[in-house]
Design a protein around this ligand. Structure first.
Ligand SMILES: Nc1ncnc2c1ncn2[C@@H]1O[C@H](COP(=O)(O)OP(=O)(O)OP(=O)(O)O)[C@@H](O)[C@H]1O
Ligand SMILES: [Mg+2]
Length: 313
């Protein structure tokens, strides 16, 4: 099979620092690949290499079967890029931005205007079409930026943190647009720091940390690797005592969540009873307790923890 996106042994150095230290991933056509990772992981670097904006130091990257170094012009024709650093001209209106992109791609004025009108409609930007893009809200800016990247009907779209900083409603709008693109046959590589976003959209997730792949799999597989179920407790007081008891009974280090929530993987359901009994004996009362499946967030933390603990600085 020819992958829509394929990266093998990719290395990119900046000075003596490797932004990418040998990364492999691939996406079959018509799928969403989620590239997940914390700040500085190397996500944008990977996207920039795929979009032919920078060249790799080692390894290979191919888009639609075309090597990004040997055939950059072909790759650019096939792809659209919507960036962390938006490519919209703030002084131009939304419509003008779209028409200009079409013209730059070699469309006639009429074709470019038609394409612009269609995209403005599709992305809910008709009312704002003739206002300067500089006056758009964050969500509208992202939608326009994404629309600009789709003017040339690319079959492969790179989206670098398309929803960072957006409110939940604007994020949901963008998710819908991504799903529509994929339903229309496009392949999407989406970088994100949001686990929920990867969970929602990605067929396959590659977790990058410090320039290497820390884990990969479907969202379900990654969640499964974080442990089956988790026991969560929120002590009303004596948080330290509760944490000690939890650690002693389970033999695991509890995860400290928000608002004093403590959790551990629960390998054996009977263990939760032992925990409750010990807490009762120690006079620790609980504001809340639950047994539930892990979120992708916990999988992410668990998986990035194991890769960093084994590394010397
Ligand atoms: N042009 C550059 N010059 C020097 N260092 C760079 C350059 N671009 C990236 N880096 C470094 O490479 C590493 C990876 O950066 P990159 O932007 O790819 O991370 P990222 O995963 O996109 O992070 P973020 O989530 O913050 O966008 C970082 O340590 C960064 O400082
Ligand atoms: Mg980035």
């Amino acid at each position: 099979m020819t992958y829509a996106i394929e990266v093998r042994g990719l290395v990119k150095r900046y000075g003596d620092k490797a932004a990418l230290a040998g990364v492999d991933f691939a996406a079959p056509p018509g799928t969403v690949l989620g590239v997940l990772g914390p700040n500085g992981a190397g996500k944008t670097t990977a996207v920039r290499i795929l979009a032919t904006l920078v060249s790799p130091d080692e390894g290979r990257a191919a888009v639609g079967g075309h090597d990004v170094v040997k055939a950059p012009a072909v790759v650019r024709k096939l792809t659209g890029l919507t960036g962390q650093y938006a490519s919209v001209d703030e002084k131009l209106t939304g419509r003008q931005n779209l028409v200009m992109s079409g013209r730059l791609l070699g469309m006639s004025r009429a074709t470019a205007r038609g394409r612009a009108a269609a995209l403005l409609g599709e992305f809910g930007l008709e009312d704002a079409a003739d206002r300067a893009a500089g006056s758009y809200s964050g969500g509208m800016r992202r939608r326009l930026d994404l629309a600009v990247s789709l003017v040339g009907r690319p079959s492969i779209v790179f989206m670098d943190e398309p929803t960072t900083g957006l409110d939940p409603r604007a994020r949901a709008d963008l998710w819908r647009i991504v799903r529509e693109q994929v339903a229309g046959g496009a392949t999407v590589l989406l970088t994100t720091q949001y686990l929920e976003e990867a969970d929602q959209l990605a067929d396959e997730i590659v977790l990058i940390d410090h320039g290497v792949v820390a884990a990969r799999g479907t969202p379900g597989e990654l969640k499964a690797r974080a442990g089956d179920r988790r026991l969560e407790i929120r002590p009303e007081h004596d948080a330290e005592k509760a944490e000690l008891i939890l650690a002693e009974v389970t033999g695991l280090t509890p995860h400290r969540g928000e608002n004093g929530l403590l959790s551990v993987p629960l390998l054996n359901p009977a263990v939760s009873l032992a925990v409750f009994l010990r807490l009762e004996e120690a006079g620790v009362s609980l504001a809340e307790h639950a047994v539930r499946r892990p979120t992708l967030d916990e999988a992410f933390l668990a998986l990035t923890d194991t890769t960093t603990s084994g590394r010397t600085p």
